[in-house]
Structure formats: C-alpha cells, structure tokens
Design a binder for this molecule. Structure first.
Ligand code: FES
Length: 236
C-alpha cells in the first residue's frame, strides 16, 4: 500500500500503517516493546513509561506516539533497558507486592516483567504503604496494596463497560483508584463480567471464588517470558 509509513526500529526497517502507534507497528512486526499501562482496545494512557523508546534521539512513550515517516526508533538499548528496570523496581517498592501470596502470581504482568528484566529483589528500600482492601462486593475485591495506577480499570470501566466505576483521585504519593460510590465497592454497579475486572495487570482487582483455579506452574508466564508471544509473531 502506497500510504504505508517507513520507520526503523533498532536499525530494522518496518512498514507501518499511518494510524498506528510505534508500539503497535513494532508489535505487528514481532518487536516487543515492554509495557504495563497499555492494553489493546483501550485509549493509551502513557503513564507508566515502561514503553519509553528513543525517537530520533528523544525519549517518547511508544504506546502514545504515532508513527511518522522516517522515524528512527531505538528500543533495545542498554540505557532504555536500565530505565525500564528502574521503573519496575520502583513499582515494587512503592506498593506491597507479596507475589508468593498473590493469586495473580504467574499471570501478573508486573511480576512477569520483573522476571524478564532479571529482577530478583529491588535495589530501593520498600515503603510499605498502608492501603485499603475492599472486599465488600459479592464477586470482586480490590486490594490497593497491589495497584500500580496503570488506569486500565478506569479506562475499561469508562470506555468499554460505560460505567465509570473507577477513577483516579489524589496526587503524587496520595494518588489512588477511587470507586464511584460513597464507601464500598458493593455500592457500585460493577459486575464480575465487566471488562474493568479483566483489565487489571496485577492482583489489585480479583474475582472471588476462582482463586488458584489454574494451578501455579500452569499459568501464563510460568514457562514463557512476557512478550514472547509478540516476538513469536503470535500477538497482533
Ligand atoms: Fe506506554 Fe505505559 S505502556 S506509558
């Protein structure tokens, strides 16, 4: 197609559709750009910065930056890998992530990224914040100790479910995901089938009564690193 756009990623020439972001164009060609707040089907938020790439020498988030003719993109460099690793480590110490006790272990994108980046233990001191757990809802719980503020639940509830169950409130260290009710999750119109429940990349929003339905050892990232489906050309 004549209106295709040519860019290079790590020296490799890639043809992209004009409507694509760098992350999407890369993914289409089997190039994995790490990400957390990005989710296919949602408007990109650009908040986690895990997907930071260099575009013509300047840092940009690949999930929000549209492709443009002649872009020279760097993705797999030592500097960017170190930057992403730092962000992942900061996310671990900023919350309370006890993977061995978390039902999401093995299916968790944050944990899987840590494995991919070879993080055994973060180099920063843990902050051990005190955060709420709301298990009032019949079918779903929210544990803010594990929330990484990716906003996938916020965007899913708003744009897919059409409900606005979740929203951000506060700033800086006080920022958190609030619910659209006076007090409890059970007072919202959230349903267990909602896209917002599926959207959580970590164990912050969990379905009740299905814990360990898939045994540890048989979960999504137990055998293959996160991103391997993209690199195998299986994720579009
Ligand atoms: Fe791009 Fe989070 S995935 S900023």
């Amino acid at each position: 197609m004549s209106d295709m756009i040519q860019i290079t990623i790590d020296g490799r020439e890639i043809e992209a559709q004009p409507s694509q972001t760098i992350l999407e164009a890369a993914q289409n060609k089997g190039v994995y750009i790490p990400r957390l707040c990005y989710m296919k089907g949602l408007i990109p938020h650009g908040s986690c910065r895990i997907c930071t790439v260099m575009v013509n020498g300047r840092p940009q988030s690949a999930c929000t930056t549209p492709v443009a003719p002649g872009q020279v993109v760097e993705n797999n460099t030592d500097k960017l890998m170190a930057l992403r690793k730092n962000i992942i480590e900061m996310l671990f110490v900023e919350g309370n992530h006890y993977c061995m006790y978390c039902e999401k272990s093995g299916n968790c994108e944050l944990q899987a990224l840590a494995y991919r980046f070879g993080i055994a233990a973060p180099k920063y001191p843990y902050l051990f914040p005190q955060r709420d757990v709301d298990a009032s809802h019949r079918d779903v719980l929210i544990d803010r100790n594990r929330c990484i503020l990716c906003g996938r639940c916020v965007r899913s509830s708003r744009d897919v479910d059409g409900k606005h169950v979740f929203e951000f409130v506060g700033r800086g260290p006080e920022k958190r995901v609030a619910i659209n009710a006076e007090a409890k999750l059970s007072d919202t119109n959230l349903e267990v089938r909602d896209a917002a429940v599926e959207a959580c990349p970590v164990g912050a929003i969990l379905k009740k009564r299905v814990g360990y339905a898939v045994p540890v050892g048989q979960r999504m990232y137990d055998h293959e690193p996160i991103g391997s489906d993209v690199e195998a050309g299986a994720a579009k």
